[in-house]
Design a protein around this ligand. Structure first.
Ligand SMILES: Cc1cc2nc3c(=O)[nH]c(=O)nc-3n(C[C@H](O)[C@H](O)[C@H](O)COP(=O)(O)OP(=O)(O)OC[C@H]3O[C@@H](n4cnc5c(N)ncnc54)[C@H](O)[C@@H]3O)c2cc1C
Length: 177
């Protein structure tokens, strides 16, 4: 199927997935990993070079939209939009500081990119505000990792870009550049 990103840039994928529950996300990641093809959310698809273009895309975010606000914290699904978190915080008399200008971005994307913006000079970028993450791994497992918790697996050395700031995706150097 042909797809476009928000700027109208075209791309193509053979399959589209729209999982309902976390375990489905993890299962899809495991399948993609077993078959050795990348499966990022669709927004990123057209930007991928042809040889790395995913053969399947997952609208992973669309159905993960839980948003619960309590005093000093929020439990937020990765598909919730930044503007929804900002509004929910304000409605409860609180303030969610990270504001990378584009408030239609998702919280999952904000965390992945460590989105910042001018308010981060005072309050820090997005990751500073993360207390815990529910993570789906490529082997199909799901884990909750809390701030400060040591992970019991090796983190591969992946190079960082030659810029001091990058929030157009994961802040890592892609292998093909
Ligand atoms: C007009 C504009 C102005 C901006 N200004 C700023 C700025 O001032 N400062 C700043 O820091 N940033 C800025 N940004 C960048 C912005 O912070 C990012 O585009 C945004 O945080 C990414 O969120 P998204 O939902 O669009 O994610 P996407 O673009 O969909 O994804 C971004 C990356 O995160 C990954 N990802 C997304 N969701 C998940 C998930 N749930 N789990 C794991 N990985 C995931 C994707 O695979 C991709 O690699 C700006 C963007 C725009 C469009």
């Amino acid at each position: 199927m042909d797809v476009t990103d928000a700027s109208g840039y075209p791309g193509h994928a053979d399959q589209l997935f729209s999982p309902d529950v976390e375990q489905e996300v993890a299962d899809l990641l495991r399948q993609a990993s077993d078959r050795k093809f990348p499966s990022p959310p669709p927004e990123r698809l057209p930007a991928w070079p042809a040889e790395h273009r995913p053969r399947a895309v997952g609208d992973f975010l669309a159905r993960f939209r839980k948003l619960e606000i309590s005093k000093g914290r929020a439990r937020v699904g990765p598909g919730v939009l930044l503007r929804e978190v900002q509004a929910a915080a304000a409605n409860s008399g609180q303030f969610y500081a990270p504001d990378p200008t584009e408030n239609t971005s998702s919280i999952g994307g904000n965390i992945a990119a460590n989105a910042s913006g001018s308010r981060s000079f005072r309050y820090g970028a997005t990751r500073r505000h993360v207390l815990a993450l529910n993570v789906a791994f490529l082997d199909g497992s799901l884990r909750t990792i809390r701030r400060g918790e040591k992970v019991d697996f090796d983190v591969p050395a992946i190079s960082l870009p030659r810029t001091t700031k990058l929030s157009a995706g994961y802040p890592l150097q892609p292998a093909w550049i």
